[in-house]
Design a protein around this ligand. Structure first.
Ligand code: SAM
Length: 284
């Protein structure tokens, strides 16, 4: 895409999604600092928080608030500006759009044909995954679960069968109740409570959900928290009895090779073994 280039700073005009530190200011990337120092305007969740970050890098740039309460109103002007100016989007900490505002801004920027650039960096969910010591090949990010008991239980039930590590944000005061609800809805899986990542008191406490729920039942810890929960155990392999029962039933409808194929797929067993068994059952 060709975009107008802001003559003053030579960056192409558009929307720049800039990730910022989740605690340790040293995690601001050189590229993030560069984009922020050359932005025509920084759309910030809380301009006081972002002012602190700009002070840290010795930069002063115009800012405008962009948060859940003013986004509808503020968006059209930002969309118009990014046609000819460099608009940077930041949240208070971490990656914008991840449990933070920005999704509609990106969607509308794209619809308007503007350049959209990401400047990736810290994200508490991904940082927690790296600390937890749980499988990372498949994970599902749940953001914040609903605070009310029934809605939270429903949200947990919805993901109970998903074969993926779960990652969620939670606050200290709600942590104990949240862990107890997870133990009830998911079974007593392994989990990690990661806290204050990249800060002085960073920690990852691991254990079963019920042990962690007990630990935090009375008093939630201070600071910012990400909970990581192991995927469900794989189902126990089917027994020979299960295989025989399934084959007997399938052989009433299908020839041996098809019966073996169907049962192999359903029970996750070897098709050739099942075919040999099916032939033996038929006395062939
Ligand atoms: N956009 C952010 C990101 O990329 O991680 C998340 C914003 S969300 C509004 C804030 C939540 O992220 C906190 O309540 C906490 O659950 C989690 N969080 C942020 N910083 C954290 C940190 N340093 N350690 C642990 N959790 C953190």
């Amino acid at each position: 895409m060709t975009s107008p280039v802001n003559a003053e700073n030579s960056l192409p005009a558009g929307l720049y999604i800039v990730a910022t530190p989740i605690g340790n200011l040293g995690d601001l990337s050189a590229r993030a600092a560069d984009i922020l120092s050359r932005a025509d305007v920084i759309a910030a969740e809380d301009t006081r928080v972002t002012a602190g970050l700009l002070r840290h890098i010795g930069v002063k740039r115009p800012m405008t608030p962009y948060h859940d309460h003013n986004a509808e109103h503020a968006r059209p002007a930002l969309i118009a500006r990014m046609g000819h100016e460099v608009v940077a989007l930041v949240s208070d900490a971490g990656t914008p759009l991840i449990s933070d505002p920005g999704f509609k801004l990106v969607r509308e920027a794209r619809a308007a044909g503007h350049l959209v650039v990401t400047v990736p960096g810290p994200c508490a969910a991904v940082a927690a995954l790296t600390l937890a010591g749980l499988p990372t090949d498949r994970f599902l990010f749940l953001g914040f679960l609903p605070p009310k008991e029934k809605a939270r239980a429903d949200a947990i039930a919805e993901v109970a069968a998903i074969r993926a590590t779960l990652v969620l944000y939670e606050s200290g005061p709600r942590l104990g109740a949240c862990l107890a609800a997870l133990a009830k809805g998911l079974g007593d899986r392994e989990a990690a409570v990661t806290r204050e990542i990249t800060k002085r008191f960073e920690e990852a406490v691991t254990g079963t959900l019920s042990a962690l729920a007990d630990r935090y039942a009375d008093a939630g810890p201070k600071g910012e928290i990400v909970v990581v929960v192991a995927p469900p155990d794989p189902p126990a392999p089917a027994s020979l009895n299960d295989a025989d029962a399934a084959l007997t039933e399938a052989l009433e409808r299908l020839p041996a090779s098809k019966a073996a194929g169907e049962v192999a797929k359903r029970l996750g067993l070897d098709r050739r073994d099942l075919y040999a068994r099916a032939l033996a059952m038929k006395g062939e």
